[in-house]
Design a protein around this ligand. Structure first.
Ligand code: NAD
Length: 283
């Protein structure tokens, strides 16, 4: 019983830490985990925003906000320690914080822009996953816990970003597989390869795209262009509809023998692929 309500979900009694939990899919996963019975620390750069998510949570007593930058190992270690101090242990790490490159193609970048964008985007999307895993593994060993990484259709296919984003998400797929091997048998490591979702996903400061939000592009696409050729093209882009696979992979009761796997939740892009975008005519 908690707050007079019987809690009985797939993650009853679990403790999770979600990076980038203040918005988008990270927030949706954190809220779903609470609904499934877990206690969750949400980590992000903007404490006011995180506090607002905690206040509006289904059960604020089972959510905790920590301000940290995923590029900073010390801050990630402190977030893990704070989670254990507050909730007693750590069962699940969801590495999720990321930015997009707004499909900026190689031929539209100067050498300096490419260098700066690579450093910024890889330090968040890739190093941020490395550092969070390093900060958490000791606690995850104690609970026989797991890591669930937010991957992307761009972990498998082209044109889900520009080359910098696509390379970063391919890198995360490799990291997921390598860690699944290295951390077995005590920690499982899996991924959820999301397709397009209507979120606040931002761009790199190095391209002055830090204030651009993907939600604006989604609104524009809905009115200006026909839907993309995705088999389930009328499927939802609401991040809440992408959370089920995170619950499945986090639950050792439901997916105990699964490690090193990515579940694609992308409307079936892999069945048919993206339509050709007439590559090369911009050269
Ligand atoms: P979002 O912007 O709503 O969420 C990303 C979160 O990460 C934000 O809260 C942001 O503040 C946080 N963040 C960014 N940089 C950070 C840093 N340095 N330190 C700490 N927190 C930081 O966007 P989203 O779409 O929910 O993105 C979450 C993940 O989903 C990303 O890894 C993204 O690549 C992936 N993804 C998104 C889509 C999509 O269409 N939106 C598709 C596939 C994969």
């Amino acid at each position: 019983m908690r707050n007079g309500h019987r809690v009985s979900g797939w993650l009853d009694g679990y403790v999770a830490l979600v990076t980038g939990g203040g918005s988008g899919i990270g927030r949706a996963v954190a809220e779903r985990f609470v609904t499934e019975g877990a206690s969750v620390t949400i980590l992000g750069r903007n404490l006011d925003r995180l506090d607002e998510v905690v206040r509006s949570s289904p059960d604020p007593s089972r959510m905790h906000a920590v301000a940290a930058d995923v590029r900073d190992s010390d801050q990630l270690h402190a977030a893990v320690a704070e989670t254990v101090q507050r909730f007693g242990k750590l069962d699940t790490l969801v590495t999720n914080a990321g930015i997009w490159d707004y499909q900026r193609q190689l031929t539209r970048l100067t050498g300096k822009e490419l260098s700066d964008t690579f450093d910024e985007l890889f330090s968040i999307n890739v190093k941020g996953y490395f550092l969070a895993a390093e900060a958490a593994w000791r606690e995850l060993v104690k609970t026989r816990g797991s890591i669930v990484m937010t991957l992307s259709n761009a972990s498998f296919y082209v044109n889900g970003g520009g080359p910098v984003y696509t390379a970063s998400k391919h890198a995360c797929l490799g990291l997921m597989r390598e860690l699944a091997y290295e951390l077995a048998p005590k920690i499982r490591v899996n991924g959820v390869a999301c397709g397009g979702m209507n979120t606040d996903l931002r761009g790199p400061e190095s391209l002055a795209l830090q204030d651009r939000s993907l939600a604006t592009s989604f609104a524009k696409k809905t009115t200006d262009t026909p839907p993309p050729p995705i088999p389930l093209h009328d499927s939802s882009t609401d991040p809440r509809d992408f959370t089920g696979s995170y619950v499945l992979l986090a639950s050792r009761e439901q997916s105990g023998p699964i490690t090193g796997q990515a579940i694609s939740v992308d409307g079936g892009i892999g069945v048919r692929g993206f339509a050709s975008a007439a590559g090369g005519d911009h050269l």
